[in-house]
Ligand binder design. Structure first.
Ligand code: HAM
Length: 429
């Protein structure tokens, strides 16, 4: 027997009962970004592998072991994008969008791919909404990115469950000096480090700072601190950001160990974390990457951005029961018709009603069926009302309007008056 076909591990279907919540979330975020003056950009899902190696960094977990890379029929090495920043920078450069110091405030949404070990909140295909800003180098824009996410948490009803962690990585020169000091210190205590940290010490020493190993964490207590190596420019920038967050009343904690898993960051880095989701608690993360555009062949151009994980935020809404009632109901009115002549009239009538009430969610019964079975379907649809059209109604050019959710008696409405009547009882806005 042939093996039954299944989705790839860590790559999920979003089923019809889940999509209303996704669409609610997506529309909240896109409206908010519109209101702050961000414009959407759409990039391909597949890019040349080289793009990610050059931007994210050769010795990061993502590039070393998590990318979906394959050769296409031309022999080119291609990769399913593991994140959006690299492709966004590529697109901006390719189309000259940041030329002459032009400011760009961009956002994107879509699937990303990482070959990680799947668990709750961590998938191999997941979805991000990301924001990237180019050619604004002051802390005011870093603050705006944080303020707008804070507003989003408020609108979604999850503000109390997320915390902001902040750090500054300094310029790349400052980081290089710090890296040297850290390597010197950790090398002197090499035997006390766990195996993974010993390996990272050689490839990407800053990542030792976010080890989960308790022994290594103990060694880190006396390690040199990044903040002591910050250059003056980064320090002033960071102070500027903190002052703005204080003024906006946004609580945060400084986490000196926050280094992030991608190599392109400089100055500000931040993460919004929650303890409501278990191990995968970062719902949104980002920072500044002032050197990246140049590193990818462009003129020096500052950049800052973040991305949020949609699956994690959907899980938050479910866990905290912040699912708005309006998305639970998908149908306003369900039209039942009995007999061929009534079905023909029902179709014409429903189209007339749709012309007059474009926002009405009207579902017309398909597949005929007895009175009982159509009624059952009407009720299951979640509609507020059933419209009933049989031979008697047809002869009199009326419909029966039956409340399904306990609001009063059945009424008889003339076809001509139907839209007006429905407008008063179901259509809002
Ligand atoms: P990142 O921290 O790798 O940053 O990912 C951002 C967010 O995507 C995470 O905080 C998490 O919510 C979500 N995420 C990441 N991996 C997974 C996964 N395997 N399953 C589910 N959700 C996941 C970036 O991607 C940067 N490009 C962010 C950025 C934009 N920095 C500057 N601009």
């Amino acid at each position: 027997m042939s093996k039954s076909l299944q989705a790839i591990r860590g790559m999920n279907d979003t089923l019809p009962e889940q999509t209303p919540l996704w669409r609610y979330f997506e529309s909240k975020v896109s409206r908010l970004l519109d209101n702050y003056g961000y414009k959407q950009i759409r990039m391909p899902i597949v890019e040349f592998t080289e793009l990610f190696k050059r931007s994210i960094g050769e010795v990061t977990d993502i590039v070393e072991k998590e990318m979906y890379t394959f050769e296409d029929r031309n022999g080119d090495s291609l990769t399913l994008r593991p994140e959006g920043t690299a492709a966004c920078v590529r697109a901006v450069l390719e189309h000259g969008l940041t030329g002459g110091g032009q400011v760009q405030k961009l956002w994107y949404i879509g699937p990303m791919f990482r070959h990680e070990r799947p668990q709750k909140g961590r998938y191999r295909q997941f979805h991000q909404i990301g924001v990237e800003v180019f050619n604004l180098d002051g802390p005011d824009i870093d603050a705006e990115l944080i303020v707008l996410t804070w507003r989003l948490w408020g609108e979604l009803g999850i503000r109390d469950a997320v915390k902001l962690e902040l750090n500054s990585l300094g310029t790349s020169e400052a980081r290089a000096r710090y890296r040297a000091a850290l390597v010197e210190y950790l090398s002197s205590r090499l035997s006390e480090l766990d195996e993974d940290s010993q390996r990272r010490l050689k490839s990407n020493p800053l990542r030792v700072l976010d080890t989960k190993n308790a022994d290594t964490q103990a060694v880190l207590v006396d390690a040199p601190k990044l903040v002591d190596y910050l250059d003056e420019e980064s320090r002033v920038h960071f102070e500027g950001l903190k002052a703005r967050l204080d003024a906006a009343g946004i609580p945060y904690t400084i986490n000196p160990k926050l280094v992030r898993g991608l190599d392109y960051y400089s100055k500000t880095v931040f993460e919004w974390v929650t303890d409501k989701l278990g191990a995968q608690g970062t719902v949104c993360a980002g920072g500044r990457y002032d050197g990246l555009v140049e590193q990818m062949g462009g003129k020096p151009t500052s950049g800052v951005g973040f991305a949020m994980g949609i699956e994690r935020l959907i899980l938050m809404l479910e866990t905290l029961e912040q699912i708005p009632e309006e998305i639970a109901r998908q149908v306003d009115v369900y039209l039942c018709a009995f007999g061929e002549a009534a079905e023909l009239a029902a179709l014409a009538l429903s189209e007339r009603v749709r012309d007059q009430l474009p926002n009405l969610r009207l579902q017309i019964n398909a597949g005929a069926g007895s009175f009982k079975s159509q009624f059952k379907k009407a009720d299951k649809s979640g509609a507020l009302y059933a419209l009933i059209l049989g031979d008697d109604e047809l002869a009199q050019q009326v419909v029966g309007l039956k409340p399904l959710r306990g609001q009063g008696e059945q009424q008889t409405i003339a076809w001509d008056a139907l839209s007006e009547h429905l407008a008063t009882c179901v259509v809002q806005g």
